[in-house]
Design a protein around this ligand. Structure first.
Ligand SMILES: NC(=O)C1=CN([C@@H]2O[C@H](COP(=O)(O)OP(=O)(O)OC[C@H]3O[C@@H](n4cnc5c(N)ncnc54)[C@H](O)[C@@H]3O)[C@@H](O)[C@H]2O)C=CC1
Ligand SMILES: O=C(CO)COP(=O)(O)O
Length: 327
């Protein structure tokens, strides 16, 4: 069998970690990054800007030349931030063959339009099969070769299963599903609740508040997911509950850390990427437009907008009309 060629787009933390995971799964891996320093560093077994302190094996062919990176690719993992997806795919389009699957690995929703990432890919490259990879997986853990499990989603379940088989390795267990929307929504929305959980910690509201917030956040995640056609079992799985648990409980999460700074009233500009900021804004708009009850999403969006204080957010959530838990 000829070698399977995987091209990874994005030289940040997750792009580098996934390139390593693909290398460890036995594939021929090319990583494209726009930054020449990152390319040189990755080729030498480091990415000090995005994965500081981690040294890894060499073997990834890294380049700043997008056309070269995409030549002969059997599969493309797109690992740039969600808000950059449209422009990155626009650049990719002339260089990628139409049968090549695009595996979307970012977690977000387009801020200006509310479009899911898979819909952006289908709009720009309608011939290419689209998949998503998501689940509880800090880049640093995966780069270090620590074990985790994720899910690969595609509308065609055989394609999802085939990709999951390709991507799995000793320390990366890939499940599969045909619920692409469910996987995308879980991954995007959990970041909003991670910001909320971080804010609760930052404001010193206690472990009980934290658990209550995350639980009610999960109710919201399922409510929003259901309205968009996600299957409940997907939201209960790795890309929903699994990733929610991870990012709402660890300071390693950039979204959680952003929330901590928010809760402490610290300066927020110049922090590492926190996808939940853009997602909170658009999710609040979408839920409002569709009449979906999402008070935590609303509160996070208002906090980020500086329209309310953390105390007002808490008071707003605590004084909502009482109701049955299952409603
Ligand atoms: N870091 C992590 O643990 C995980 C991250 N993700 C998701 O992966 C996505 C990427 O995150 P990270 O790699 O962690 O972010 P990062 O901030 O570490 O790296 C982002 C990379 O994308 C590049 N980039 C930004 N805009 C670009 C553009 N327009 N064109 C080309 N390259 C561009 C940057 O130069 C950088 O190399 C996010 O959606 C994130 O939610 C998913 C799972 C784990
Ligand atoms: O999605 C992640 C882990 O699964 C990474 O979360 P952060 O982007 O909050 O660091």
């Amino acid at each position: 069998m000829s070698a399977y060629k995987v091209t990874v787009l994005g030289g940040g933390a997750w792009g580098t970690a996934l390139a390593l995971a693909m290398l460890r799964a036995g594939h021929v891996v090319t990583l494209w990054a726009r930054n020449a320093d990152s390319v040189e560093a990755v080729a030498n077994g480091q990415n000090p800007r995005y994965l500081p302190g981690i040294t890894f094996e060499t073997g990834i062919a890294a380049t700043t030349d997008l056309a070269k990176a995409l030549t002969g690719a059997d599969c493309v993992l797109v690992v740039t931030p969600a808000q950059a997806l449209r422009s990155v795919l626009g650049e990719v389009k002339p260089h990628v063959a139409s049968h090549v699957p695009l595996v979307l690995c970012a977690k977000g929703i387009e801020r200006d339009t509310g479009t899911l990432l898979s819909a952006i890919a289908s709009e720009l490259l309608p011939e290419n099969p689209v998949a998503a990879l998501s689940g509880p997986s800090f880049a640093t853990d995966v780069a270090r070769g620590l074990p985790t499990a994720v899910v690969v989603a595609a509308e065609d379940d055989e394609r999802a299963a085939a990709l999951a088989l390709r991507f799995s390795a000793a320390n990366l267990r890939c499940y599969s599903t045909d619920d692409l929307i469910g996987v995308e929504l879980g991954g995007a929305l959990k970041n909003i609740f991670a910001i909320a959980a971080g804010a609760v910690t930052g404001a010193g509201l206690g472990a009980s508040a934290q658990a209550a917030l995350v639980t009610r956040g999960f109710v919201e995640l399922r409510r929003i997911g259901a309205a968009f056609g996600a299957r409940p079992e997907t939201l209960m799985g790795l890309s929903g509950l699994g990733d929610l648990m991870l990012t709402c409980s660890s300071a390693q999460s950039r979204n959680f850390a952003y929330g901590v700074a928010l809760g402490k009233g610290e300066e927020l500009s110049g922090r590492p990427l926190a996808e939940g900021v853009a997602t909170a804004y658009i999710a609040a708009r979408l839920t409002r437009e569709r009449g979906i009850e999402a008070p935590i999403v609303e509160a996070v969006a208002a906090l980020l907008d500086k329209a309310i204080t953390i105390n007002e957010a808490v008071a707003g959530l605590m004084t909502r009309p009482l109701r049955a838990e299952a409603d």
